[in-house]
Every structure is written in structure tokens, then in C-alpha cells.
Ligand binder design. Sequence first.
Ligand code: URA
Length: 442
Amino acid sequence: MTSSFVDLIARKRDRGELTPGEIRDLIPAYLAGEVDDAQMAALLMAGLLNGFTDAEAGALTQALVDSGRSIDLSTLRGPTIDKHSTGGVGDATTLIVGPLLAAAGCQVAKLSGRGLGHTGGTIDKLESIPGLRVELTTEQLLDQVARVGVAVASAGDDLAPADKRLYALRDVTATVEDPALIASSVMSKKLAGGAAHILLDVKVGAGAFMPDLQQATALAERCVAIGTQHGRRTAAVLTQMDDPLADAIGNALEVAEAIEVLAGRRDGPLRDLSVEVAASALALTGQDLADSRVMMSQLLGSIRLEGVFRDLIVAQGGPSGLFDDHWQYLPRAPVVQDWSSEPGVVQRIDARRLGEIARRLGAGRQRLGDQIDPAVGLEVLVRTGDRVEPGAPMVRVHARTEGAAADALAHLPSAIEVADRARGPLPLLLGSVGLSDAAGGV
Ligand code: URA
């Protein structure tokens, strides 16, 4: 493979295209050590600079899927649905959307990841619930989805393992930010997860991987094209990630807020986006999008949704009383301190900085393998465009120690800008790909 692989690198360098067969052979050769990291990095960089075609991205996705196990959901009755967010701050939508879709009669076998950088991960959030198991065998996953309608488990190392190798290489060779490479990485895991319908939430803004709408739209189009090429009904919503999505940033705090939304007691962007994502996913199965929005809104606060959530938690070993009295079970940080700035109108909130402050408190990892502290984090009590009265708390810090709280308080002024001039709120839904009516949404 080595000498012919040099020819492939040269072809990509000279703006040529690789065939699907070449890409299919390349990934196993890389995993087997016949192609080394330097060569793979050169190919990735040549592709990043000259662009990968849709056909190359599709073939790469398939090769990544074929490097590991795929889950067969064909035994499940009802439409199988997966949703995926490209990563955000305060994004607990999976904990709401999974039960919503199950309550609407869908089957959701959700494989999730842990936090990455300043962004949170569903598995870390779930692990803040005492006793809750996130490692499920395929048999346990399928059995739970058949009984409850939803399971949320850790994606495991055998799902698209070549993606893990490539991702680590991209991380150290400045080749993460290629839309074809991100799309094939994301979609390989979605395709291996087995769902027939895939809804992507592509985040845009300061707190997202894609700061700009044009790049994010290109990424969404790539992902939708790959899913469609592989016979899955796929669509994407593009959503704002300048403000954090929820008030809470931190694992137990986010679980608590998600439960408040499920119970119908909390309005705001987390609720609105959860309704939009769940409705858009349901629309992929042939339902009308506007009707789906109404249905999802009505399910929030219903006995039916409460029952699905309770069954989900209990099936994975969590406490049955979590829904009724979550603070009896979720860990709380011993030090709580409020931060406020001068009065005025909130001009800008930097979700990435807030995510980083929460990470410094211990809500995320500094290094791979670090233990996270499930209790700590931030509650952001304002949004862009809000008027702040003198002395009103703007952020509540939940810390393990006084020193950690002081560190967070010292960093908060760099994350929120207040000034004495009018400023409108930020829209949440910025666009969509593959959905017929996004105009009526949030
Ligand atoms: N998330 C992924 O799974 N892969 C990428 O390449 C980027 C974000």
C-alpha cells in the first residue's frame, strides 16, 4: 500500500479525486499500520486545502462505519430516530428530546459521548444521577428501547474505531476544521448507530465548532448528503450557540433544568429548541412539522412524558423518585456565590468562555481521563438583550471550594458584556437543511 499511497497523496495534492475503492482500502491499511500517521496527515491536509468531494466524503464515512460494529435496529417496532448535536454549552436537549420522541411512539437508541473541550456531553450529565448505568450491551440497549422507547448509552470504543484514530490525528495536525472530515466523522457514528431517521442540530456561534453560519450550513449540507446517500432520512437545524442554550452549565445542574422542562415548569431556549428538534425529527417520519411542534409542546408536562422519563431512568439503574424531587438525589456543590456587574443591557454572552469557566470549576475535563465533579457549574441568569438592575445576580457559581468560586468570579467579567444601550435578543433557529418548513419554529 505504501508506494501506491504516495500516489494518492500526490493526486490529492494536485486537486485530483480518490475513488471509493481507494478510500475503502485506505482505512483498514491505516489501522493495520501499512499507512503511517505522517502519510495520513499529509493526505488529510491536502484534502483540507483542496476540498474533498461529496463522493469522497461518502466513501470515507462508509469506511469509518466498516471499521467497527454497527447496530441493527430492524427488530424494533416503530420509526427509529437518532439526534445529534455538534456540541454546545448548556445543551441538555438529548435528555428532553429522547423521552419526547419515545412518548410520540418513536424508538430512540441513543449513543452519546462525553464532554469535549468547553462543550458538555450527555454521558457526563447522566452519570451525575446516582446509580445510573451508561454502559449497555447491544442486547440491553435493544431490549430497553423495545420496552421504554428510549435508551441513552455510551457510544463505546467499537463504534467507528477508525474515526477515533483519525480524530486524534486531526486534532494534532490542524485538520479538524474541514466540513467533509467533520461530516464523515459525525455521520459514521450516526450510521453505525442504525437509526433510519437522523436529525442533526448544527450549532453556530462563539460557543460552537463552527462560528459562522455559512460554514455551518456547508457542514449541515454535507451531513445531510451523506445520510441521504446511505439511505437514511436526514435533516439538520442550524441553531445559535452564542448565548449558552440553558441557564445551567454543569452536569447535575443541567439534569435538574432538563427535568424542569420535561415537567412543563420551565420556559426558555432549552425548552424551545427541544420542541423544535423533536418536532423536526418526527417530521422526518412523514408527520407534518407544524403539527409535530404542537404535539411536542403538549407532551411537556404530561403524565405520559413523565412515565417515559421515569422508565428510562429506572431501566438504567437510577432512582424512581428523580422526576418528583430531583434535588433529593442529584449532588449539590457546597459553595454557592452570585456574581453581578454594573447595571445596563446585556450586549454579549460568550458561551465558550462560560463553558471554560465551568470546566475550570471541574464540570469538564482539562485532560483526557480527568474525573469530573458532577455538582459544580454555573447558572446564567441573564440572556443577551436583558436589562440588568443594580445588584441583580447575573451568574450563580456552584463550586467545590471557596478558592474555586473566587477563580470563577474573577473570570466572569470577560464572558459577559453589559452596556447602557439597547440590544435585541438573539434568534435561536438560524436555518435548516432538508426540512420543508422551518419558518414556523423558534
Ligand atoms: N464531532 C465529531 O464527532 N467529529 C468531528 O470531527 C467534530 C465534531
